[in-house]
Design a protein around this ligand. Structure first.
Ligand code: ACM
Ligand code: ZN
Length: 726
């Protein structure tokens, strides 16, 4: 995917073209001020594209002179026509932040610098990343170069400079100009930590000390000391510390510097990781195993900004190369289904939040995103054959007031909120790159009121049903009219499009909480039941069997909530046990694989029991504490070889009282760390005190990565650690 990030500067071409007839305000202020104005204009008019013309029309020599920090908003692209950008030394600590030439860069040089202090910038494109010439006392740090065709850095005739923490991810360098650093005729240039991490890059310097693909440190390198293994969550099944530590050639974990070996004798998702002073080796039978090894390496090396290869880059500190304690790890998961359910129906989270969750899932070796996309209160997926699904179904005229008891509503229109097909493809691809399968849930025959708002003819009430999704929480009586063949064809067509979007093995068809009152009264449903020789309240079994077969022919397996067990469930179907464990036990009797996620242990929308938490509704009968999660054994009560039907478990986030990403994070972490360990490591590690100790270190890591994790609260031991919610 093409990354369209970042930004820097300047004047719109239209402004430049309009130069002869100056408007009084356009040409006021310093170069930096005028540039900021052009950026604001490009954001306001939606073009999101700014151009620095060849010459600054207001300076005598035409040079653009920037005198203060310019921050470019995300998504604004830059065309840099000017080959010369002069940044005055010492005028600002960081003159340009988030600077990037962007994919559209049409310039030879990203920047010509005459004495400047750069911080935290990414420069992309161009034939030369950065020219520093004739400058005295410059400091350049935390700069990253991507896709620079020629020399990333040229330092020429300078004095008293310092260059540190620079990354070069150069790609596509034409042969003949492969240098990432050239210095000539310089005095007292201190260069440290320049990292070229694409294979084939060449690092060159005037003294000839640097080596290909290595850290350039022209001054003394700090000695590499052995270090202890930091907290690993989930804990690996086996780890042996060996002497020493390895300095990676980058501050990120990327595939470039790891030696991979495919070992087909290893089980699915397993990995073997060997860190020695000479390098890192990973053996795995599949790509997921490799990704899990990389997740472990990120924790071992305390990576600061992670997943940059997955379109995620904070723009924050690039940091120092990772130092990884030497060790040998052998690891594999206890269960194949290690999931997170996100309910988008009650509240909608959006792509960025889902990506944020996916990154953290992958860091914790969780591998299934159960994406609950349709509900009574909102339909969140674009379907071409039925455009009214989002027109009516994705907009709710009001919602219950936060934490209100009883029926108290606000008058705020909620929506339209939905994912386009492109959004869905983007999320599915993003998840796939992180080793996560996305299982879509399209609910029927109940919890479908938002779809019926768009197509009331598919309800038992017909056209007279009001065309709005349900505003209150709870269970809706109006459900799909399963006696109406057109209504079933509607579901088929929706599923046809869903199947085209989600390449994974499963489609979740919901099936929970479907009242039968309407079916019992509806002439069409009664007639259908009669023709099948069943009572109307058993129609759900017919629907489940029909769609198991329909989706089976398309190569998909269905999974449904444990209510589908009330009728015999078809071959190939899977069950999700949520009303306690009985659903799982019943599934075993029918020899059906199942996911064990009883609400008592897995509904993390419920409080963790912390009495001082003002942000989670507190129902003391429904506490899902950290300790309870850690003590959860999905296999409890299974006899003989019944565990072979147990796929795993998942944490569920029903979103009636989860409004946004911060609430979601708050309930998700750190409890999902406990579940991740239960599902990955299993009973080989079940010392809660030891877990909490590791979690203290790990929670700090989460917070540093921008996760709004709740404090660690332990109801019995009364341990409480952590900060305030955003
Ligand atoms: C559910 O919580 N209704 C699956
Ligand atoms: Zn009906």
């Amino acid at each position: 995917m093409k990354m369209k990030m970042f930004f820097l500067a300047l004047f719109t071409a239209s402004v430049a073209a309009a130069m002869p007839s100056r408007s009084p305000t356009e040409f006021e202020g310093s170069a930096s001020q005028r540039i900021e104005k052009a950026i604001a204009g490009a954001v306001a008019d939606g073009t999101r594209r700014v151009t620095i013309p060849q010459r600054d029309p207001l300076s005598a020599d035409g040079v653009w002179r920037l005198d203060r920090a310019i921050v470019l908003p995300s998504g604004v692209s830059l065309i840099l026509e000017s080959p010369v950008l002069e940044l005055k030394a010492g005028v600002a600590d960081d003159v340009i932040r988030n600077a990037s030439c962007g994919a559209d860069c049409e310039s030879d040089k990203a920047f010509e610098v005459l004495g400047v202090r750069f911080k935290k910038a990414v420069l992309r494109g161009g034939r030369t990343g950065l020219n520093i010439g004739n400058a005295d006392g410059y400091v350049v740090s935390n700069l990253e170069f991507q896709d620079v065709a020629g020399c990333a850095v040229v330092v020429d005739k300078t004095k008293n400079g310092k260059i540190s923490n620079m990354m070069v991810a150069a790609s596509g360098q034409p042969s003949g100009s492969p240098c990432v650093l050239v210095t000539k005729e310089n005095e007292s240039v201190k260069v440290e930590y320049i990292i070229a991490y694409a294979k084939g890059d060449v690092v060159k310097d005037c003294s000839g000390k640097a080596k290909i693909g290595e850290i350039v440190n022209l001054h003394e390198s700090p000695a590499l000391e052995d270090r202890p293994v930091p907290a690993l969550v989930p804990a690996p099944r086996s780890i042996r510390k060996t002497p020493g530590a390895y300095r990676a050639p980058a501050p990120y974990v990327t595939r470039d510097w790891i030696e991979f070996e495919r070992d087909p004798t290893m089980r699915a998702e397993a990995y073997r990781l060997s860190v020695t002073t000479g390098g890192v080796k990973v053996a795995a039978s599949d790509v997921r195993g490799e990704l899990h090894a990389m997740a472990t390496l990120r924790q071992l090396g305390e990576e600061k900004t992670f997943y940059r290869n997955c379109d995620f880059y904070t723009g924050g500190d690039i940091g120092r190369p990772l130092v990884i304690p030497c060790c040998e790890i052998e690891d594999h998961p206890r269960y194949p289904w290690r999931g997170i359910l996100i309910d988008e129906g009650r509240h909608f989270f959006g792509k960025e939040t889902i990506k944020h969750v996916l990154r953290q899932m992958s860091a914790h070796k969780l591998n299934v995103l159960h994406w609950h996309l349709t509900e009574d209160q909102g339909w969140r997926i674009e379907i071409d054959a039925y455009p009214d699904l989002i027109k009516y179904g994705a907009v709710r005229p009001c919602s219950p007031v936060h934490f209100a008891r009883g029926d108290e509503f606000n008058g705020d229109v909620y929506g339209p909120f939905y994912y386009t097909k492109d959004d869905i493809r983007e999320i599915v691809a993003y998840a796939d790159a992180l080793g996560i399968e996305v299982v879509p849930e399209i609910e029927f025959p109940g919890h479908i009121r938002a779809a019926l708002a768009a197509y009331p003819e598919f309800s038992c009430a017909g056209e007279k049903l009001p065309r709005v999704p349900r505003c209150t929480w709870g269970i809706e009586s109006d459900v799909l009219c399963v006696g109406n063949e057109e209504a079933l064809k509607f579901v088929e067509k929706v599923l046809d499009e869903v199947v085209g979007l989600f390449p994974g093995e499963f489609v979740h068809i919901g099936g929970d909480e479907c009242p039968t009152a309407r079916w019992k009264k509806c002439p069409k449903c009664r007639a259908k039941a009669q023709s099948l020789g069943i009572k109307p309240e058993k129609l759900q079994g017919y629907v489940t069997a029909r769609f198991a077969e329909y989706l089976g022919k398309k190569g998909k397996k269905i999974i449904g909530w444990d209510e589908i067990l009330e009728c015999d469930i078809p071959e190939g179907a899977r069950v999700m046990s949520w009303r306690g464990r009985n659903g799982g036990l019943k599934a075993v009797k029918q020899r059906r694989p199942f996911v064990m996620c009883p609400s008592s242990h897995c509904y993390f929308n419920r409080t963790d029991g912390n009495p001082e938490d003002p942000f989670t509704p507190r129902n003391t009968h429904q506490v899902v504490s950290l300790e309870k999660v850690y003590s959860f054994d999905p296999a409890r009560g299974l006899e003989g070889d019944a565990e072979k039907y147990l796929l795993g478990s998942q944490a569920c986030f029903w979103s009636e009282v989860i409004w946004n990403r911060y609430d979601l994070d708050w309930r998700m972490w750190p409890r999902s760390c406990a579940l991740a360990e239960v599902l990955w490591t299993g009973s080989t590690k079940k010392d809660f005190g030891e877990f909490v100790e590791r979690l203290q270190q790990h929670r700090r890591r989460l917070v540093m990565q921008g996760v709004n994790a709740a404090p660690i609260y332990c109801e019995n031991t009364n341990i409480k650690i952590g900060g305030a919610k955003k």
